[in-house]
Design a protein around this ligand. Structure first.
Ligand SMILES: C[S@@+](CC[C@H](N)C(=O)[O-])C[C@H]1O[C@@H](n2cnc3c(N)ncnc32)[C@H](O)[C@@H]1O
Length: 286
């Protein structure tokens, strides 16, 4: 069964990832490396597209059109990857993914019905990264990607990663205006950013005049889309040797940034840096 999600930004996100995978497969096809594609939030392989979002001006009844999801897109890449690992926590979606095996009998596909963070930690330890290169796509709905997962990917020195970061949908919403943030939300922010520095980055203290006490200190939120993006890209730069200068901003129909699609490469060699920077740049010029 197809899986309904996303908006106009979904098209843009998947077109960038598709272009990158196609160019990556071409660029590495004559090298001896085993190529692995890891889709950590794989969905079902298909998605239903909400046409009202893409055609807002037409007075048509809502209808859904089935479009390709990231797993199917990756399986269509030619030359293919030697190994596909499709991770999905929801059991029904993971079972839908299994249907792709009969559709793509020549592809080496593994379905992992587990939490993406646990599955990636295991893969990063199991795979021989001297002889393997690959691409990971982290496409969560919210702030499910833990910092430890990114640290594990960076530690392979062999993987490229496209990570969808919910700067507007996730981060900005958890950063409340008053700075009074429920404990659980604070832990989510710590876990996904790998630091507590978000507090000093996005809040400042101001002295506010007070009728009785003279003045009183007040916490003021100091965050805007550019600041949120810079913070996340700077965090990635602390662990990856290459991080694309700017992310792909995925906006809704009101032009508000919902997600940032960010690229990083774990391979520290100057050759890999030059190649992946070029490919990621091309992939985003759609
Ligand atoms: C935005 S959808 C992914 C869409 C998919 N990349 C595509 O293009 O078709 C996010 C998916 O992640 C799954 N998910 C959510 N939390 C997860 C987790 N911790 N580990 C693995 N999968 C998870 C959801 O069930 C959902 O199918």
């Amino acid at each position: 069964m197809a899986h309904a999600f996303g908006g106009v930004w979904t098209e843009r996100k998947l077109s960038v990832v598709r272009r990158y995978l196609e160019m990556y497969a071409q660029a590495l096809k004559n090298q001896a490396f085993q190529r692995v594609y890891i889709d950590a939030f794989a969905g079902t392989g298909d998605r239903t597209d909400k046409r009202r979002e893409t055609l807002p001006l037409l007075d048509l009844p809502d209808f859904d059109a089935v479009a390709k999801g990231s797993a199917r897109i990756a399986l269509e890449v030619d030359p293919p990857f030697h190994r596909y690992v499709l991770i999905e926590r929801a059991t029904r979606r993971a079972s839908d993914l299994s249907g792709l095996k009969s559709e793509f009998p020549s592809r080496n596909i593994e379905i992992v019905n587990d939490d993406a963070n646990d599955a990636i930690a295991a893969l990063c330890k199991q795979i021989n990264w001297r002889s393997t290169r690959g691409v990971v796509f982290l496409d969560p709905y919210g702030l499910q990607v833990t910092w430890g997962t990114l640290v594990g990917i960076a530690g392979t020195r062999a993987l490229d990663v496209w990570v969808l970061f919910p700067s507007g949908m996730g981060l900005n919403r958890l950063l409340t205006k008053s700075g009074d943030i429920p404990q659980e939300w604070q832990e989510t922010l710590d876990r996904s950013l790998g630091t507590k520095e978000w507090r000093s980055a996005f809040y400042r203290t101001e002295e506010a005049p007070d009728l009785f006490e003279g003045s009183r200190s007040k916490t003021v939120k100091d965050a805007n889309p550019m600041k949120l993006e810079k913070f996340y890209l700077d965090r990635l730069r602390t662990i990856f040797p290459t991080v694309m200068n700017a992310s792909v901003r995925l906006t809704n129909s009101k032009d508000q940034t919902m997600y940032l699609l960010c690229f990083a490469c774990a391979n520290p060699s100057p050759k890999a840096k030059a190649l992946t920077t070029k490919l990621a740049g091309w992939a985003t010029k759609a």
